[in-house]
Write a protein of this length. Structure first.
Length: 242
């Protein structure tokens, strides 16, 4: 194990975006974990999580559920509401629709933090390899506004972003909690907020490049978690471009 460090897993579910927690007894399912948290603004989700063996962090109802979810996902222990994560050396994030599928790959990802600051996984669309390509796809899918699209492209151009780091799937991230990652996390969320693009992948590699953190991207077939069921999304958070 990665130098016998303390490991925490967390997921963020706001605005009723998921209807239930996929895995029960996470500490038994994943013995490497010292804690597993569900972060939510919903009492029912908090109660379900606790019945299934998770710890819960109940946050105040946000003005915008999607923006709140992204901020908590990205900032991890550097967000005021998630300071409890400072007790852990390794922080694993996964989207709320995920369920453990390969424990040995989870261990491999954690162990890789002996060499890098963060572990991520390849984007599942094999012929999509740049932030620019991802940006065009999310615009076509009406997942961001045209105004946000233009602002993102302007940011790339203005800063001479080489866009040569490949493309990741950001639904699972394994990161250190070290202060050295704070700049990366803030670069990621600040650009999303400044442009109005709340699609994670439009600024993920950009923030890696800008901050200079070290990372390892495993192939998509090495994902330790699998998406299990669709999003509940009663308020159409996914398609809300504002």
């Amino acid at each position: 194990m990665y130098e016998n460090k303390k490991v925490a897993l967390y997921t963020v579910i706001t605005g009723n975006y998921e209807s239930h927690i996929r895995d029960s007894n996470p500490l038994e399912l994943m013995p490497c974990l010292d804690a597993a948290f569900v972060v939510t603004d919903m009492i029912d989700m908090k109660n379900e999580a606790e019945k299934k063996g998770w710890s819960s962090i109940l946050i105040a109802k946000p003005g915008n559920s999607k923006k709140c979810q992204r901020k908590l996902k990205i900032l991890q222990n550097f967000h005021e509401d998630l300071k409890v994560l400072n007790e852990y050396d390794v922080i694993i994030y996964h989207d709320g629709c995920n369920s453990l599928s390969n424990y040995s790959e989870l261990i491999n990802g954690i162990n890789e933090l002996n060499n890098v600051d963060m572990v991520c996984y390849k984007h599942p669309v094999s012929n999509r390899n740049t932030s620019e390509e991802e940006l065009r796809v999310v615009l076509k899918g009406k997942l961001i506004s045209k105004e946000a699209y233009n602002k993102v492209r302007e940011t790339y151009i203005k800063n001479n972003y080489p866009d040569n780091l490949g493309l990741s799937d950001t639904r699972v991230l394994i990161r250190k909690s070290d202060i050295s990652l704070k700049g990366f996390c803030e670069e990621w969320i600040n650009n999303m907020e400044n442009t109005g693009s709340y699609r994670d992948q439009t600024f993920f590699e950009y923030a890696i490049w800008k901050s200079g953190i070290s990372f390892k991207r495993f192939p998509n077939n090495k994902f330790p978690f699998v998406k299990k069921g669709g999003h509940h999304d009663p308020f159409r958070m996914r398609n809300n471009t504002k």
